[in-house]
Design a protein around this ligand. Structure first.
Ligand code: BEZ
Length: 251
């Protein structure tokens, strides 16, 4: 997906603000080498560096990496696909916040992250888990069907695994899972519901013409309002899957 880094940074800072909590679980230490997978515009990468760790941020989006380099000059940012990481046993920790649900090739991503870790190194990740944004997606599917799109599910770009599915994948990649949790995290959408679909849901509307979009947004708001509208405004039904795992020592 082509990312608009400026729009992302201006409107969706909650992505890395919530991610700070995950940094507590990472607990970076001075001198450690840490890989930030899907670093986006680099805010959490900079916080890892501020703890004294030697950090590399990677993202598959050139626009995000360019913006990260502007935000945190002097830090190491590179463009890589998480499934094709070039690292071998280099990092004390691999960290990833709110990215891996964009990677349906979860086995390949897990294997590449595991290979990047030194034996005994830790993986600390959070992604959308099973049931994530269910109401957002079903409102979109219903709106698309009304507008004549058959099988709107084929446009879903995301992968939201269960605890057992994801931890099994990590174990098959040579990681030992020490912590896993799936939890609801209702997320206020300060830029409205249509803004969320415009930012993150471009793939969903590939079956529509540009002229159909205003009607699509109107229908989505109608169908989502019962579950997602409160007196505080729109609140998205995010569900997070958080996992910590250790790369097994060579025997
Ligand atoms: C998430 O962080 O769960 C998410 C973000 C954008 C689109 C879908 C899910």
């Amino acid at each position: 997906m082509a990312w608009n880094a400026a729009q992302y940074e201006a409107g969706y800072s909650f992505v890395w603000q919530y991610g700070r909590d995950l940094l507590g679980l990472l607990a970076p230490r001075a001198g450690e080498r840490i890989l930030d997978v899907g670093c986006g515009t680099g805010q959490l990468t900079a916080e890892i560096a501020a703890a004294g760790a030697v950090v590399t941020g990677i993202d598959s989006s050139e626009a995000m990496v360019e913006q990260a380099r502007r935000n945190a000059p002097g830090l190491d940012f590179e463009v890589h696909d998480v499934c094709r990481l070039p690292y071998r046993e280099e990092f004390d920790a691999v960290f990833s916040n709110a990215v891996l649900h964009w990677v349906p090739q979860a086995e390949e991503a897990a294997a590449a992250m595991a290979r990047s870790l030194k034996p005994g190194g830790r993986l600390v990740v959070e992604l959308g888990g099973r049931g994530n944004v269910r109401a957002l997606v079903s409102a979109s599917d219903r709106a698309l069907r009304e507008l004549g799109v058959a099988d709107p599910e084929r446009y879903h770009p995301w992968y939201y695994p269960s605890v057992s599915e994801y931890t099994s994948i990590l174990e098959r990649s040579g990681l030992e899972v020490t912590f896993a949790a799936l939890f609801d995290r209702p997320t206020p959408l300060d830029h409205g519901l249509a803004g969320w679909y415009e930012m993150f849901g471009k793939r969903l509307v590939e079956g529509l013409s540009p002229e159909q979009l205003p009607e699509y947004y109107r229908l989505v708001e109608r169908f989502a309002s019962e579950k997602l509208r409160s007196e505080k405004g729109w609140v998205a039904d995010y569900r997070r899957l958080r996992v910590v795992a250790i790369r097994c020592q060579a025997t």
